[in-house]
Write a protein that binds this ligand. Sequence first.
Ligand code: HEM
Ligand SMILES: *[C@@H]1O[C@H](CO)[C@@H](O)[C@H](O)[C@H]1NC(C)=O
Ligand SMILES: *[C@@H]1O[C@H](CO)[C@@H](O)[C@H](O)[C@H]1NC(C)=O
Ligand SMILES: *[C@@H]1O[C@H](CO)[C@@H](O)[C@H](O)[C@H]1NC(C)=O
Length: 325
Amino acid sequence: MELEKGGYLYLMLVFMILIMRGEGQLRENFYAASCQNAETIVRQAVVKKMSLTATAPGTLRLFFHDCFVEGCDASIMIASPNNDAEKDASDNLSVAGDGFDTVAQAKQAVEAICPGVVSCADILAIAARDVVTLSGGPKFNVELGRRDGLVSTASRVKGNLPEPNFNLDQLKSMFSKHNLSLVDLVALSGAHTIGFSHCEFFANRLYSFSPPSPIDPSLDPTYAQELIKLCPKNVDPTFVVGLDSQTSRTFDNLYYKDLVAGKGLLTSDAVLFKDPATNATVTDFANNPLNFNTAFATAMIKLGRVGVKTGNEGEIRRNCASFNT
Ligand code: HEM
Ligand SMILES: *[C@@H]1O[C@H](CO)[C@@H](O)[C@H](O)[C@H]1NC(C)=O
Ligand SMILES: *[C@@H]1O[C@H](CO)[C@@H](O)[C@H](O)[C@H]1NC(C)=O
Ligand SMILES: *[C@@H]1O[C@H](CO)[C@@H](O)[C@H](O)[C@H]1NC(C)=O
């Protein structure tokens, strides 16, 4: 009898753990019962914002930076009166304000229909997917059920975001900390098919690469001269150059063709083709846009799982820029 009772309790325990794990997991259609139209409402807000301003790159990058610091929990959205929140860190490398506003607009629209139900972290994940699809990239389902984080500090940013002069080992170790593989790294870097970089992040490749060769010899020489024209020494610090040399507003695979052609803008882009550990993947994505699309969608879903809070953790923020209490 005692044995049976023990077995029964054991089964109950396993069952409860399974339920709790289910609660603690992201899933598609998480809001099917609680806010059926959440994704449609977010999409409408994104479409509207995109019709007013080129918000896609800023929104996509915001998602990446949010996920790599404290996990995908909208910690990057917090505005601190003392300017010491995550978004204030110098390593935010100038995340564009448009991305913040896209999420704020979408949140407002969602709150009007289902107040207090949909997290800012999920709205950011949906918006990041939508800007990709609306820019010509893949369609894919996002997993939902993230809760908003309770911590946002500038001091936690340093060392958690990749830097533009990183080599492949540095990129690899930062991505693998979040269970993202080399293929994920190459695919996610394809986000640079849209958007721009300030001159400061690649000026070293034009003016101070090494004493005998101030210009990085791995840059296509014609492209290097174009960049020097766009970013002369002592350039206005607000000047920017397309990360994709041809189509900065279209989510396509031309970024990879650039890498193969010596037109990777940042060192961290160029190394993906230079290093034999990733060059075959770059070549594949340059030749097969559908392989890129599939790998990008897979990697975005994995990125969206990084450090998430679920179940009863965190909160559902009412206003994405501030904690509830
Ligand atoms: C692999 C390591 C990465 C490095 C070192 C890196 C670095 C940078 C840098 C320096 C810029 C220019 C910022 C500026 O001048 O304002 C930039 C822009 C951008 N990054 Fe990355 N990035 C990386 C990966 C990613 C990933 C994984 C994503 C998203 C999935 C992403 C999305 C973007 C986008 C969309 C822009 C353009 C932003 C705009 O035009 O406002 N990046 N990145
Ligand atoms: C990013 O950090 C800089 C300070 O280095 C700050 O001036 C800028 O406002 C921050 N960006 C955002 C979007 O908060
Ligand atoms: C990474 O994946 C492994 C095995 O799939 C898992 O045990 C681990 O919890 C994951 N780590 C993170 C940070 O997601
Ligand atoms: C990748 O690099 C290795 C070593 O340099 C080279 O042998 C190989 O042909 C390259 N592969 C592609 C697809 O570029």
